[in-house]
Each structure stands twice: as C-alpha cells, then as structure tokens.
Design a protein around this ligand. Structure first.
Ligand code: PLP
Length: 440
C-alpha cells in the first residue's frame, strides 16, 4: 500500500515500507531540517546533536564549502564509468587521505561505507599473503565487543553476542579479549591489562598457528564498550607481535579518524602505524556515503607498481563515486585548511574538565580528543540499563547522544560553540540527576 500522509500527523500513516534502524518508538523521530549542530523534527521540536549524527557531521549540518563542492560535482560529472577510468575528485581525495595518514601509508581504495572498507581490508590481507606464496594465511583476529559493521565479514569480526542471531559468520574469524574487558570481567589491574591482553593475543596466534593468520583488525578505541581507550603501550606490543608472526595490523578508524582523537588518526595519537586503516563516517562530514581503506606500500605493491596505477577488483558500482569523492575532498581540505586540529584540542580542553566533574560520583569518564565515554555506576532498577535511560532522559530534553548498557558516549561536532557545549552539559547534568541521583 502506498504511504499516505494524514493532515494531523507529519508521518505517513502506513510506515510498513520503511525499515527503521531502531524499533519505531518514542525514540524515533522524523527529522526534517538541520543547521549548525541542531536538528528539527516534523513536530517542530529542536535537538542539539552531541554525537555528530553518529560520529559523522563534524563540520555541522550546514557546511557551505562541502555542500558547494557536491553541487558543483553534480553539475559537471555526477557519475564516472568505474570500469573505464577514474575521476578527478576521487584521485584528489585518495592523495589527500594518503597525505593525512601516517608515513608509510601510500594508497587508498575508496568505497561507500565503513562496512565495505572492513570487507576490503579482509580481502586485501588475504590477497597480500597469497601473492607472497602464503595462501593458508587467511584467519582474521578481532576484539570481543568491537564493532566493525553490518555486512557479513564485518559482522563476523564484530565480537558481540547479539550478532549470533544471524547464524554462523565468516569462517576463520577468531576473537580475542581487549584490555578493558580483562579489567572489568577478571579484575586485572589497569597497569597490567595491556601487557596481559597482548600476551593472550600472541598465545592465541600460536594456538591457531601463525601460518594460518592473515590479520588482526581492531578499533583503537572500542566505542561499544563506552569508549574503552587502551594505553599506547598496547598498540606498540600488538605491532611487535604482528611483525613477529608476519600478520597484518589493521586499525578500524571509522570512529576515531579525521581528528576525533586530537590527531588526524588514532594511529598518530598512539604512535603506531598499522598496515591497513579503515576510515569512514567523518570523512565526508555526512554530505555523502563514503569510506576508504588506506594501505601501506607493501600491500599497495600487490595491486600495481609504485608510481603507477593500482587496481583492486571486484569493487562496487558506486565506489569512488564523483559526488561522494567531491564531498570527501572538500571535507578533508576544510579539515586541513581550517586548522581543525587546533579547534578540536581547544574544544576538548573546554569540555573535558566540565564533563569529568559532571560524571564524578556517578561513574568514570574516558576521554580522548572529542570522544567521550562515561561508564555509569548506577543505580540499578528502573526501565532498562542506566546508559539507555540517561540517553532517553537527554532526548526528552532535546539532546542527542548515545547510551547503551552502563555507558554513554558523546562526540560533539568540531564546530560546536562553547555555549552549545555548556547547553549539552547542562541537559546531561539534569538527565544524570534524574536517573542516577545527585553526583558528588
Ligand atoms: N567500524 C566502526 C568502528 C563503526 O563504528 C562502524 C559503524 O558504526 C562501522 C565499522 C561500520 O560502518 P558503516 O556503518 O559505515 O558501514
């Protein structure tokens, strides 16, 4: 039945043609417009967005340079035949990404979304080993409780119990425990957790057989654990372990990329260069579906000679799409030319101490750049887990953030003003008072 609109409600009366991301409930909104960091719904209600959509709209919802670049591209070359060549925007974006990445990263494969970039990373890792005469190196290790996407390979790497409802995943995926799980589930002291988690990964590799393992794919900051942030030492150890066993190290920087952690990528924040980097979300500022997998020269070399064109197939019809690439190139150019790293560090310096004070006595705050996670300690009871309840109380007051289990996460846009940050903290404070009781 075609969707109809009633005079009384802005919603079509028959919603059955559309699949929502969340169950259609009080938490679903019909968003109709946005400006800066504020959205409006069909009932005229306003929302302050402290999550950048979902780690995406770093430059706000009305970023003129990106919107203009997309519009110009639409009027010059809306699509380019992918089997017969490339387009200027895509070439420019690939170079801009390589320039922004840590030294040693030399090529980029553009795709349409984060999950596709994870799929590409898995395929690249297997291809790399096969082309070096090691076709049996196919297994992929990833963290329990990490999130890597919704396609079959990326879902298989996602080590969360809720993915089991889709049946068996990709063969050859092995999950390993990240440091913060060791701390929470087994009471390992924070000073020891990085070394122990790394040692357990090496033991897992030995038990699986190093000759069968292609790659270790991890989020540097695990956002579905309430922004679990390992020490830099953890990444140094993982780099050493991967090198020792000829295993590729891949960072899923889909959340942490493009300035979120205070540097262009978490790889630079933690001082470790992976072989593969999956990037997405903030890459286009939300102006087009776009992601990429960035790779070191030893992997790019499998796809073509240095200095010459590289090729990696099969690909996707809309990969390196001119419109999406134009959005990405404009966003990365703005990120560089607008000195957003300085802005991110200033805004983080403003928010962090205030947020820490707010959370004190009701949980612990994890923060890195403009990424925040609060692990709340209570109270038990009420409808649903505490993180979810606080997020709902925020939404009722017109503030968007994310809450699940016992955690909340915030990722304000880089263009958030101090007044908007204060408003965010005020509303969050009210929601915390309501759900958790007074703080300190
Ligand atoms: N990896 C991480 C860390 C993510 O947060 C996400 C999405 O939330 C993905 C991968 C998948 O990206 P996409 O939703 O663009 O496919």
């Amino acid at each position: 039945m075609p969707a109809q609109k009633s005079a009384a409600s802005p919603w079509p009366t028959d919603l059955s043609a559309y699949c929502f991301e969340v169950p259609h409930s009080a938490d679903s909104r019909l968003f109709t417009s946005a400006k800066g960091v504020r959205l409006t719904d069909a009932d005229g209600r306003g929302y302050l967005d402290a999550l950048s959509g979902v780690f995406v709209t770093c430059f706000g919802y009305d970023c003129e340079p990106i919107a203009r670049a997309v519009q110009e591209q639409l009027h010059t070359l809306p699509f380019s035949p992918p089997l017969h060549g490339a387009n200027r925007a895509a070439l420019g974006l690939a170079q801009a990404l390589v320039d922004l990445a840590p030294e040693g990263i030399t090529a980029a494969k553009l795709v349409n979304g984060g999950s596709e970039s994870i799929e590409a990373a898995i395929r690249l890792a297997r291809l790399y080993h096969r082309s070096h005469g090691r076709p049996d190196k196919v297994k992929v290790l990833s963290h329990y409780h990490g999130y890597h996407g919704a396609t079959f390979g990326s879902l298989s790497l996602t080590g969360r119990p809720d993915v089991s409802r889709f049946g068996p995943g990709l063969p050859g995926v092995v999950h390993v425990w990240p440091p913060d799980c060791l701390e929470e589930f087994w009471g390992v002291e924070p000073e020891r957790s990085a070394a122990l988690a790394a040692e357990m990964i090496e033991r897992t590799i030995e038990a699986e057989g190093p000759d069968s393992v292609a790659a270790l794919v991890i989020e540097p900051v695990i956002h579905l654990r309430g922004m679990a942030i390992p020490s830099a030492d953890y990444f140094t150890r993982l780099r050493e372990i991967c090198d020792r066993h000829d295993i590729l190290l891949a960072f899923d920087e889909i959340v942490t990329g493009f300035g979120r952690t205070g540097n262009p990528f978490a790889a630079q924040t933690f001082g470790v260069t992976p072989d593969l980097m999956c990037v997405g979300k903030g890459i286009s500022g939300g102006y087009a579906p776009l992601a990429a997998v960035l790779m070191s020269e030893r992997i790019a070399a499998v796809l073509g000679d240095e200095g010459g064109p590289r090729s990696f197939a099969p690909s996707h019809t809309y990969a390196a799409n001119p419109m999406a690439s134009a959005a990405g190139l404009a966003a990365v150019t703005l990120f560089n030319d607008g000195d957003y790293l300085t802005r991110i560090r200033e805004l983080a310096g403003f928010i962090e101490p205030r947020l820490r004070k707010l959370v004190e006595g009701r949980g612990t705050l994890r923060s890195i750049g403009l990424l925040y996670g609060a692990k709340l300690t209570g109270p038990d009871g009420g409808q649903g887990p505490v993180g979810e309840r606080v997020a709902r109380a925020c939404l009722e007051r017109g503030l968007i953030l994310r809450g699940q289990d016992d955690w909340l996460v915030l990722a304000p846009a880089f263009v958030t003003t101090e007044a908007e940050a204060d408003e965010t903290l005020r509303i969050l404070g009210e929601a915390l008072d309501e759900v958790c009781g007074a703080g300190r």
